[in-house]
Design a protein around this ligand. Structure first.
Ligand code: G6P
Ligand code: MN
Length: 449
């Protein structure tokens, strides 16, 4: 697990612990550049294992700050790194907000800045994997996940697969709102990571989405229904990923994010600095400290967006049935055991969506087995969806090119082309603002070699 000292690592380890199936994961190596974080998370994992009934069969955990050592002999690489840490995330947000545009981890200017910082490291990692563990599958959680997966592909081919929990979460919530069995439902979902739509909900040979769209009460029963509101969802004829709230309600979400004292990144930075410091002082309480921190973190997720929509609290069902760790585990089992599964993943388009070329990474339902993930047939994007997806794909590709070449004019294009950045002058200021506030990118890359 790259980024093995990260706060969400225990979620993945918990999923591995609960996996009692044959051929479960036997050993986990945590890799991180920061020893203190590795020690804290190792302490949490140890306590998780101790508390299971059969702790002797828990996956063995080791930790290292040497990338090649971590990669050698592994079957699966989980990549969940955060280049520049949460300090970097707060800069991504702040520079944009101060210039009057959205500052968010993966959407708009913040996502481009985060991409520029992350891609050189992600591609360096991809090269090391190709050299040291060429047989390994890479499961990429690193955000911006679609862009990062596309940048790693030239080095790893289809052995890199990007994941996100939001599409399956949306599908499951929509299915549950109608009382459908989520495991027997096909989600006609398509787009890019954090920029997709649910256009059909097929079960028993029937598409249930029209029924859901017509039913205001059921729409009020789940997160995305409340966020977007029944009348807009009916007009759209689809249910967007929650991140599209930043596009469809751009003014309101921007104002809401600007009005709070702490951005999401700053909130998490403060919260996690406390967690790591406290865990270093009291390693015996690592698990309890982690659980307490995690509960607070969940309850504040996308809180500004919910306020804009007057959507109230997230309820239990919005978060049930596992997040990205379950997607990762299902993906890994399907590959390792050749057990066919259907999952929404970030993979090469290969002709699935005709508005995009074959090599564009898209987020679509896939069938997965020992040969990896292959996109399934979904309905085509509408003109509106295709327009937005193509615009953002062009931004992603400019960002990838700018990160690879260091070209300022390519980076300017990435900012200026983004639908949420409304002026080339602002794009220029964003570029200058980030260049000034973000530490030397070469320093990150040199840690990987
Ligand atoms: C969702 C998204 C992830 C993202 C996370 C953000 O799960 O799909 O891509 O990393 O939320 O959560 P955070 O708590 O870091 O704001
Ligand atoms: Mn995601």
């Amino acid at each position: 697990m790259l980024g093995g000292g990260g706060f969400r690592v225990p979620l993945v380890y918990q999923a591995l612990l609960s996996d009692r199936g044959e051929g479960r994961i036997t050993s986990v190596t945590l890799y991180d550049t920061d020893r203190t974080r590795l020690d804290a998370i190792t302490a949490v994992l140890k306590q998780q294992a101790d508390r299971t009934d059969d702790s002797s069969s828990a996956p063995v955990v080791t930790a290292t700050t040497d990338l090649d050592e971590a990669l050698r002999g592994t079957d699966f690489v989980f990549s969940a790194i955060r280049v520049g840490g949460l300090e970097g995330r707060t800069v991504d947000e702040r520079v944009a907000l101060d210039l009057g545009v959205l500052g968010q981890e993966t959407v708009g200017a913040g996502g481009i800045a985060y991409g520029l910082r992350t891609l050189p490291v992600a591609t360096a990692v991809a090269r090391r994997v190709a050299a040291v563990a060429p047989e390994a599958w890479v499961i990429n959680f690193t955000n911006p996940a679609g862009m990062v997966t596309e940048a790693m592909l030239p080095y790893l081919g289809d052995r890199v697969i990007g994941i996100c929990d939001s599409p399956s979460g949306l599908g499951r919530r929509a299915a549950l709102a109608l009382g459908l069995d989520a495991s027997q439902t096909f989600y006609d979902y398509a787009g890019l990571n954090h920029l997709g739509w649910l256009r059909g909900l097929q079960s028993g040979g029937v598409d249930h989405l029209p029924k859901l769209l017509a039913d205001s009460e059921s729409l009020g029963d789940f997160e995305e229904g409340r966020l977007f509101g029944a009348s807009w969802l009916r007009s759209l004829g689809a249910i967007p990923n929650e991140y599209l709230h930043y596009y469809y309600f751009a003014r309101e979400t921007l104002a809401a994010v600007q009005s709070v004292e702490k951005t999401r990144g700053k909130f998490l930075l403060d919260q996690q600095s406390d967690f790591y410091a406290e865990t270093t002082r009291r390693p015996g309480d690592a698990l309890e400290l982690w659980q307490k921190t995690r509960a607070e973190r969940e309850s504040t997720y996308m809180v500004e967006s919910r306020e804009v929509a007057d959507a109230g609290e997230r309820d239990e069902r919005d978060m049930s049935a596992g997040g990205y760790e379950q997607v990762a585990l299902s993906l890994m089992r399907a590959i390792a055991h050749n057990e066919r599964a259907s999952l929404i993943l970030n993979v090469r388009n290969r002709g699935t969506l005709r508005h995009l070329d074959d090599d564009a990474v898209v987020e679509v339902p896939c069938t997965v087995d020992a040969n990896g993930a292959r996109p399934l047939t979904v309905s085509q994007l509408t003109d509106h969806q295709a327009g937005l997806v193509s615009a953002v794909k062009a931004v992603e590709r400019s960002t990838i090119e700018a990160a690879a070449t260091g070209s300022r004019s390519t980076a300017l294009r990435a900012f200026a082309w983004h639908p949420l950045i409304d002026s080339v002058n602002t794009a220029t200021k964003l570029l200058d603002g980030y260049a000034e506030r973000l530490p030397d990118l070469a320093a990150y890359r040199s840690r990987i070699g």
